[in-house]
Design a protein around this ligand. Structure first.
Ligand SMILES: Cc1cc2nc3c(=O)[nH]c(=O)nc-3n(C[C@H](O)[C@H](O)[C@H](O)COP(=O)(O)OP(=O)(O)OC[C@H]3O[C@@H](n4cnc5c(N)ncnc54)[C@H](O)[C@@H]3O)c2cc1C
Length: 108
């Protein structure tokens, strides 16, 4: 289930075709434009547009993303730089982590 209009939209062009081929082979059903609103005993509850969707299940795997959780450094007089996942640039992206750390190191 994915609330965007496509599954794994951020996945690389090298990996995505393999994932989709395996989904097709295993008969994995995809529900796009479908936002999960609750998990109940025995079902995942969602909305697709105006329509309520209930999918019975006996197991749930959640992969709903990541977000930065930086400490509040306001009021600190020493320079504080956020790099990597907490930089606010992009989470869960090693290239962004390296890029922001490199820029911070060069700025010291
Ligand atoms: C399973 C998995 C697979 C991934 N695969 C990919 C991939 O294929 N490609 C890709 O681009 N990215 C991938 N990522 C994301 C990538 O690992 C991260 O974007 C990257 O590691 C971010 O680096 P970072 O240094 O900001 O944070 P992290 O590597 O998470 O390092 C942060 C460190 O800070 C420590 N820490 C946190 N709070 C405190 C505190 N209060 N005091 C002291 N220490 C603290 C943590 O213990 C951790 O060691 C993956 C992540 C995971 C979890």
């Amino acid at each position: 289930m994915e609330m965007l209009d496509t599954i794994a939209s951020g996945e690389s062009g090298t990996t995505l075709p393999t994932i989709m081929a395996e989904f097709a082979e295993k008969g994995v059903r995809q529900h796009v434009n479908t936002r999960v609103t609750a998990i109940t005993e025995g079902a995942v509850v969602a909305v697709c547009g105006e329509e309520a969707v209930t999918i019975p299940c006996d197991a749930v795997v959640m992969a709903v993303g990541s977000r930065a959780v930086p400490f509040d450094a306001s009021g600190i007089t020493a320079p504080v730089t956020y790099v990597g996942d907490c930089s606010g640039e992009r989470t869960a992206d090693i290239a962004s982590a390296i890029r922001t750390a490199y820029a911070a190191a060069n700025a010291l």
